[in-house]
Ligand binder design. Structure first.
Ligand code: SF4
Length: 213
């Protein structure tokens, strides 16, 4: 008998794929991270300039490793040797051919929620790169848009903040969001992508596994 969680994810993905496509996203479902990696590489043309941000799920499926080793021109801010170089890399991503990111949450009706501290990630999702590739585990899918925003704010952001220990926020100490206005707040921009415009610019690969934050 198939794994119940796999069946659950597969069935929910069918609803979400239909709704994402109705909003002009290109959307795919891959049961495993291995299949998701193969699909992602199929969607990125050889020779493309590829950047990323907020892409823990893409890291987890091995996409950055494959891109850095392949025939692509990658913009990897983690290779920057100074803060200035890092900022420059983030700006370069805004004109990349392909920008790779994740989703903090998706609603079953096909909307995507992302939270950002600096704003570079949500900027690239909104406008700039010709193509945006989103890798999202099915653990990110909520029944409603309200629930998706709640997940992004109370689960994804406090979990993500544990990675950044530079300027302390309440969630870093307690694990719970306190709706802060701290210097170190990573929730300065909240983006709801209601439709994809131009049609097909944003490609979503849903993965039948738990990925990211
Ligand atoms: S406490 Fe601040 S940084 Fe942490 S999740 Fe809430 S708003 Fe974001």
């Amino acid at each position: 008998m198939a794994d119940p969680k796999q069946q659950y994810y597969e069935k929910r993905s069918q609803v979400l794929l239909k709704n994402l496509r109705s909003r002009h996203f290109e959307a795919y479902y891959c049961a495993s991270r291995e299949d998701a990696l193969a699909k992602a590489l199929e969607l990125i043309p050889k020779g493309a300039v590829v950047g990323w941000g907020g892409a823990a799920s893409a890291q987890q499926i091995g996409l950055m490793e494959a891109l850095n080793a392949g025939e692509y021109r990658t913009i990897d801010r983690d290779k920057a040797t100074t803060p200035q170089e890092r900022v420059q890399a983030m700006k370069q991503c805004l004109t990349a051919d392909v920008f790779i990111t994740g989703a903090n949450a998706l609603s079953l009706d096909g909307q995507m929620v992302n939270i950002d501290g600096n704003g570079n990630r949500v900027a690239a999702i909104v406008y700039g790169p010709d193509s945006v590739l989103v890798i999202a585990g099915m653990n990110k899918v909520m029944d409603t848009l309200d629930a998706a925003v709640t997940r992004a704010r109370t689960v994804a952001a406090p979990m993500n903040k544990q990675r950044f220990q530079d300027r302390q926020t309440p969630c870093e100490i307690t694990g719970a969001c306190a709706d802060c206005k701290s210097d170190g707040c990573i929730c300065n921009q909240i983006l709801i992508t209601r439709n994809c415009n131009p049609s097909g610019r944003i490609k979503v690969i849903l993965v039948g596994e738990e990925l990211g934050f």
